[in-house]
Design a protein around this ligand. Structure first.
Ligand code: 2RA
Length: 329
C-alpha cells in the first residue's frame, strides 16, 4: 500500500507516522508531503529514509491513500486533485466535514456508511471524536435530547506554535504568540475564531459534527471550548439529557462494553480520567459518571482523550484500516 502523509512534518503528521508504524499498517512505500520549505528533507519510517515531496509530485507517485493534516485551505485545493487521480483522501481539516456529499467518520460509529465511491473522507474534530464515541452507544439506548459540553483543550490542538509559546513563557522568553494572551497559568475561552453568533468555530464544530455523526439533528447541543496549558489531551465535562430515564450501572456497563472506551470511575480511590494518563494512548477515557439530580433523565460525565491520537492520527489510520479490510482502497 503506497501511503502519502500530507503535512508529514506537523504535530498530527508526525503522530500519524508513529501510529502507522505501531499498528503495522501495510505501507509498501511512504510518500511524506509537506510545504515547499520542507521539500527534500528526509523522514525516517521503519528504518528507511523517504524524501519529502510537494503535492503534485505526491499525486504523480500514485499513492493508494493520502492521510491529510495540512490545514483547510490546502485540503480544499488539493484533496479534489488527489481524488481525481483516484487517490482516497482522509482529511483531518474542517474543510470537508460539513459537506453533504462527504462522510464524517468515527470508525466505531459509522465506518459502515463508506463505499468505494468515497474518495474524500473527513476526519472529525478531536473534541468531537472523543465525545461522540462515548455518547453514541448511550444515544442508541436512551436517545439523547440535549448536550451541554465544556471542553478543556490541550495546546497541542493548536500546533507547534502554541507548544512553543508555553515553553517560552515557562522559560521567561518573549516569543511568537499563538494566542492573544499568555497561556501559562491561564484558561482562554477562545479556540479557533468567533462566528457571528458569539460562539467559536471550535464550539460550533461540537454542535454540527455531533449531529452529523449521530445522524440526528434533533439533538440540542451547546458548547464552551477553553484552551488550557496541558499537553496530554483534551478533557470535556459533558451533561446529557436523555429522552428516557436510565440506570447508572447500565450506563457504565454500556460504556465498558463499547469499543474504544475505557471507564475510569472510582472516586473512592481517586480514579478518574486525566490528560497525563491519556497521553499517548488511543482510548477515550470516561469517568465522574453521575446522575444530574437537577433535572430528570440527565447524566454528567468527564471524557478525556489524547487529541493527537484518537482525536486525529489514530482515527485517521483506523479509517484507512477499515477501507483496506473492506477492499475499498
Ligand atoms: C484544537 N480541535 O484543539 C482543534 C484543532 N485541532 O485547536
Amino acid at each position: 500500500m503506497k501511503v502519502a502523509v500530507v503535512g508529514a512534518t506537523g504535530l498530527v503528521g508526525e503522530v500519524m507516522l508513529k501510529v502507522l508504524e505501531e499498528r503495522n499498517f501495510p505501507v509498501s512505500e511512504l510518500i511524506p508531503v509537506a510545504s515547499e520549505r520542507s521539500i527534500g528533507k528526509l523522514i525516517s519510517y521503519k528504518g528507511t529514509d523517504y524524501k519529502v515531496v510537494g503535492m503534485q509530485d505526491a499525486i504523480d507517485m500514485k499513492p493508494n491513500v493520502a492521510l491529510f493534516s495540512a490545514g483547510g485551505d490546502t485540503s480544499l485545493e488539493w484533496a479534489p486533485k488527489f481524488a481525481k487521480a483516484g487517490i482516497t483522501v482522509i482529511d483531518n481539516s474542517s474543510a470537508w466535514r460539513m459537506d453533504h456529499s462527504k462522510h464524517l467518520v468515527v470508525p466505531e460509529i459509522n465506518a459502515n456508511t463508506l463505499t468505494s465511491e468515497d474518495k474524500i473522507i473527513a476526519n472529525p474534530n478531536c473534541s468531537t471524536i472523543q465525545m461522540v464515541l462515548a455518547l453514541a452507544p448511550l444515544h442508541k439506548k436512551y436517545k439523547i435530547k440535549r448536550i451541554v459540553v465544556s471542553t478543556y483543550q490541550s495546546i497541542t490542538g493548536t500546533g507547534v506554535k502554541a507548544v512553543r509559546q508555553l515553553e517560552n513563557e515557562l522559560a521567561g522568553i518573549k516569543g511568537e504568540m499563538a494566542y492573544p494572551y499568555p497561556i501559562h497559568q491561564n484558561a482562554i475561552p477562545h479556540c479557533d475564531v468567533f462566528e457571528e453568533n458569539g460562539y467559536t468555530k471550535e464550539e460550533m464544530k461540537l454542535v454540527r459534527e455531533t449531529q452529523k455523526i449521530l445522524d440526528d439533528r434533533t439533538i440540542a447541543i451547546t458548547a464552551t471550548a477553553v484552551r488550557i496549558p496541558t499537553a496530554g489531551g483534551h478533557s470535556e465535562a459533558v451533561n446529557v439529557e436523555f429522552e428516557n430515564d436510565y440506570d447508572l450501572s447500565e450506563v457504565r456497563q454500556i460504556l465498558n462494553e463499547s469499543e474504544g472506551i475505557v471507564v475510569q470511575d472510582n472516586i473512592d480511590v481517586n480514579t478518574y480520567p486525566m490528560p497525563i494518563y491519556a497521553h499517548g494512548k488511543d482510548d477515550v477515557f470516561v469517568g465522574r459518571i453521575r446522575r444530574d439530580g437537577s433535572q430528570p433523565n440527565t447524566i454528567n460525565m468527564w471524557i478525556v482523550s489524547d487529541n493527537l491520537r484518537k482525536g486525529a492520527a489514530t482515527n485517521t489510520v483506523q479509517i484507512a484500516e477499515y477501507l483496506l479490510k473492506k477492499n475499498l482502497l
